[in-house]
Design a protein around this ligand. Structure first.
Ligand code: PEP
Length: 250
């Protein structure tokens, strides 16, 4: 039985004060909830504040991206060791907004993924097709190409903690959620590819989250599907009552 993950991607919202105010409301609402893992991905300047505030609770915090090297002349970047030095446990990699606005390729994601694992950070690898891929029948090819590039040369023993987020780009921030069947079919493709690459043990253990306009009124139906092991939630995670409802409905 895979433990489900409810993950909040706060994108470029919430400064440290707003993050603390969110947590003051949210933490009591989910206190003692151990059935699922609860993760929050704040913006970089709020990360250490959130990590300190959730210490000792059932909530963990992660970064929205990172560089693959430990240091260097890379203005604006944050390294894996910088993240672990403040107690970060998870990192989102390859989010479509990073691919779109920061020119991040899956070759970069591959380097980041290997660096995250080497530093005991749990990577959440984001992937998903564009609307044009889906409309032209290329969803499967796109997902397999993204998996191939992101997971290239990753040894099986390093793939044990993999978490993948299937986030169809046409569903992110648009209000158009994939139906549970459409999402589950994509998750089955991803799980099948994990099996081909790393064998059945890794494929059965990997958590595959769905992301794309998840809200309190659609989370239960999505998470009831056999291949959907949680949700990565953007817009609807910014309100503490809405996120707590989704934890409760998961
Ligand atoms: C996301 O940014 O990962 C996301 C899924 O956003 P939203 O829930 O707003 O579609």
């Amino acid at each position: 039985m895979r433990k489900k993950i409810i993950a909040a991607n706060w994108k470029m919202y919430k400064n440290p004060r707003e993050s603390l105010s969110f947590l003051d409301t949210f933490l009591p609402l989910v206190a003692g909830h151990e059935r699922d893992e609860i993760l929050i991905f704040p913006t970089a300047t709020s990360l250490s504040t959130v990590i300190d505030r959730v210490e000792g609770t059932n909530v963990h915090a992660g970064a929205q991206t990172m560089h693959w090297l430990n240091e260097g002349p890379f203005t604006g970047q944050t390294s894996p060791t910088m993240l672990t030095s403040i107690g970060t446990t998870h990192v989102l990699l390859g989010h479509s907004e990073r691919r779109l606005y920061a020119n991040e390729s899956y070759e970069h994601v591959n380097l980041k993924l290997k660096a995250a694992i080497a530093h005991d950070l749990i990577p959440i690898l984001c992937l998903g097709e564009m609307l044009a891929d889906r409309q032209t029948g290329y969803t499967k090819d796109t997902l397999l190409a993204q998996m191939g590039a992101a997971l290239a040369n990753l040894p099986t023993e390093k793939a044990q903690t993999l978490v993948i987020a299937y986030e169809p780009v046409w569903a992110i921030g648009t209000g158009s959620t994939a139906t549970p069947d459409v999402a589950d079919q994509a998750h089955a493709i991803i799980r099948g590819d994990l099996k081909n690459r790393f064998g059945p043990v890794v494929a059965d253990a990997a958590r595959i989250l769905y992301g794309g306009s998840v809200k309190p009124d659609n989370v239960s139906a999505l998470l009831a599907m056999p291949n959907i092991d949680g949700a990565l939630i953007g817009g609807a995670s910014l309100d503490p009552h809405s996120l707590a409802l989704m934890v409760q409905y998961a």
